[in-house]
Design a protein. Structure first.
Length: 255
């Protein structure tokens, strides 16, 4: 049990002493919910929502948190604890500059003090001042060379997040990035499987149509396929559509 003995030999817990948990405790608390994530049970959207809530509760000084995602080179905010951080994310996307944009592009955590560092991102610093934000910590969500986005912690009281906070955010980001990488792999595998299944169905359908033409017109398989191909070009329809229509007409007794 974690605590200290008082003068009467009673265990005084951290809660009783009102001591803030150290980074290891908070790190364990933040990673535990993600360690049991099953993609079959939770969507990527739900996982990102969990990441935002975990960052808000475990990174000390974070008054608002958002997650930036990158799709086809474009950045957008998938989840945010409030409109203020969502607006500040948007300022950075539009200007192409700011801590969250830099963290994703450079692949490393960015600390930003709006007073001391304002010359780095003046447009963002001005927007942050208007919303009473004084410090930002942006951490990339990356696995290897692949960057999926970033976790952005905004503070109205902490100009610069400490080393422990940066470590908690980095560990959370790494764990979340692995989950997102697995989700991306699963999505790609599912898409490939669906495409393969569709290709097999199309092949079977075209084969069925060719068989019907061969029987009806007494032609070879190659000649039957050529008939389908020419019809596809003439009617500006996909080959599978032409084959499907032929099969449907034949089954309906119309051809």
């Amino acid at each position: 049990m974690d605590g200290a003995l008082g003068s009467q030999g009673r265990l005084i817990t951290r809660k009783a002493l009102n001591v803030v948990p150290d980074s290891d405790d908070r790190l364990h608390a933040s990673l535990s919910p993600l360690s049991g994530v099953l993609l079959a049970e939770q969507t990527v959207d739900e996982i990102l929502g969990t990441v935002v809530e975990l960052a808000k509760t475990t990174v000390q000084g974070a008054d608002g948190v958002s997650v930036t995602v990158v799709e086809d080179g474009d950045m957008s905010t998938s989840h945010a604890t409030d409109d203020v951080v969502r607006e500040l994310d948007g300022v950075q996307y539009r200007s192409g500059d700011g801590p969250c944009v830099a963290a994703i592009r450079e692949g490393e955590s960015i600390h930003f003090d709006t007073a001391r560092d304002r010359s780095r991102y003046p447009a963002f610093a001005a927007a942050a001042d208007q919303r009473f934000i004084v410090g930002v910590l942006s951490t990339p969500l990356a696995v290897g060379e692949r960057v999926f986005g970033g976790i952005n912690c905004y503070s109205a009281s902490t100009e610069r997040f400490g080393a422990d906070e940066a470590d908690v955010a980095a560990q959370l980001a790494r764990q979340a990035a692995v989950v997102l990488a697995n989700a991306a792999t699963l999505a790609e595998a599912t898409t490939t499987a669906e495409q393969l299944h569709q290709a097999m169905l199309s092949r079977d359908l075209i084969g069925q149509a060719k068989g019907m033409l061969m029987e009806r017109q007494g032609c070879t398989a190659a000649e039957a396929f050529d008939i389908l191909r020419r019809t596809s070009q003439r009617e500006n329809k996909k080959l599978t559509v032409v084959a499907s229509e032929l099969v449907e007409r034949r089954l309906a007794g119309d051809g």
